[in-house]
Design a protein around this ligand. Structure first.
Ligand SMILES: *Cc1c(COP(=O)(O)O)cnc(C)c1O
Length: 401
């Protein structure tokens, strides 16, 4: 009898009890709106912003309604709008090009390498066509940030980091989100802390944060922010910056604050699971693991492998055989976007030219999330199943590589 896995790949952990209690207290107060506070009270949202800024050593932080909203707000705060081009990764998810389209700009895709990071050679070729790069640390893979910043700084390109998959990760000893002008995060259920929907934007630039705060819908209450710039920064921009409401509320902030205190421990728990799957897949014929350089302090909340140069049908066979045994893999090579996977050429609102090097990578790319509801034993079992099924298909079609 073949072993089978019975867990759910979309089941996250319960919200911790202290977070639930905090949420109940907010509901009892009736004051859910971030600016609805009583005398002497700053509110959970302002406290959360201050705590997140402190954790990352950022001067300013704004909590918002979603990660995608944070990205679009970062673009607007940098003055990106209609007719602009924004450099971004080919290998990313729909909210990233979506945020660029939301401000009327157009994504200019930069390729992906076999290590699943942005192709710096391709970036160097295209860097003179824009003055903003929205860098997506897709699936938690962080490129050589020193090299990337050198290219961008030399060309006066400002960087917005999409840290939806890298909250808690670092390149060398610097947090992901602290290299660029702006760092954006998501607190959506499938990310590293869970408020259903939500996001953050951090920066050290006072004018960028002042604009982001007014954009998010602060009215003239911007002085209520504990992690915002001096009120003098708002003097001019408060009249010329539109309100595009996307605030976070106290209910979500109240359940995020206790989770933020546990972030480090959670990241450790992910990495133990990631390494268990990775070890179990070591030296599987036909399957390539993704190199993680020593400078990259990643958070292994998902794992990717490459079946490089396999025929599409053979990749589909592996997926079907794994699914049969309860292991859900996502494929970035599928012609039709399925579930959360999507490809740059399926976003037809953005013009893209054919990118053969990236297409080769995406065609072999399998992706699996690792929720913390999986035990270490679950992870070892999942690796055994993938290993056996990749092996079975690989042996049956020797000419596929
Ligand atoms: C989830 C995600 C976002 C932001 O998503 P929201 O659902 O809007 O919070 C941005 N980029 C990537 C790569 C993501 O996976």
């Amino acid at each position: 009898m073949n072993e089978r896995f019975d867990g759910s790949f979309t089941q996250q952990e319960a919200i911790p009890d202290d977070a639930i209690n905090a949420a109940v207290e907010v509901m009892r107060s009736g004051r859910l709106h971030r600016y609805n506070v009583v005398d002497g009270e700053a509110g959970d949202v302002a406290h959360l912003e201050q705590e997140f800024a402190t954790l990352l050593g950022a001067k300013y932080c704004l909590a918002v309604a979603s990660g995608g909203y944070a990205l679009a707000t970062a673009l607007r705060a940098l003055g990106v709008g209609s007719g602009h081009k924004v450099l971004t990764n080919t290998f990313t998810l729909a909210p990233v090009p979506g945020s660029i389209a939301a401000v009327g700009a157009e994504p200019l895709f930069v390729g992906v390498t076999e290590d699943l990071v942005i192709d710096l050679e391709d970036l160097a070729k295209k860097v003179d066509q824009s003055d903003v790069l929205m860098l997506s640390h897709m699936r938690g893979h962080i490129c050589d940030m020193d090299a990337l910043m050198r290219i961008c700084d030399q060309n006066n390109v400002r960087v917005i980091e999409d840290c939806a998959h890298t909250m808690g990760a670092k390149w060398r000893d610097i947090w992901s989100g602290r290299y660029g002008t702006v760092g954006c995060y998501s607190t959506q259920t499938y990310k590293h802390i869970n408020s259903g929907e939500g996001g953050f934007l951090i920066t050290d630039d006072a004018q960028v944060m002042a604009r982001a705060i007014v954009l998010s819908g602060s009215y003239m209450l911007y002085d209520r922010h504990l992690a915002g710039p001096d009120t003098s920064e708002f003097k001019k921009i408060r009249y010329e910056t539109p309100n595009i409401s996307g605030r976070m509320d106290h209910l979500r902030a109240s359940i995020l604050r206790p989770q933020l205190r546990r972030l480090n421990a959670q990241c450790e728990a992910w990495n133990v699971r990631y390494r268990t799957v990775e070890n179990g897949l070591q030296d599987t014929p036909g399957l390539r693991l993704i190199l993680r350089p020593p400078e990259e302090k990643y958070v292994g909340s998902s794992i990717q492998v490459l079946l490089l140069d396999w025929r599409p049908q053979a990749v589909r066979d592996v997926m079907a055989r794994c699914a049969e045994r309860g292991v859900e893999l996502k494929w970035f090579g599928s012609e039709e976007p399925v579930g959360f996977t999507s490809r740059y050429d399926s976003w037809t609102y953005a013009t893209s030219s054919i990118m053969p090097k990236s297409d080769r990578i995406l065609a072999g790319l399998l992706d699996m999330r690792i929720p913390l509801t999986f035990s270490i034993e679950d992870c070892a079992l999942i690796a055994r199943i993938i290993r056996e099924e990749v092996g079975a298909v690989y042996q049956s079609i020797p000419e596929l590589v």
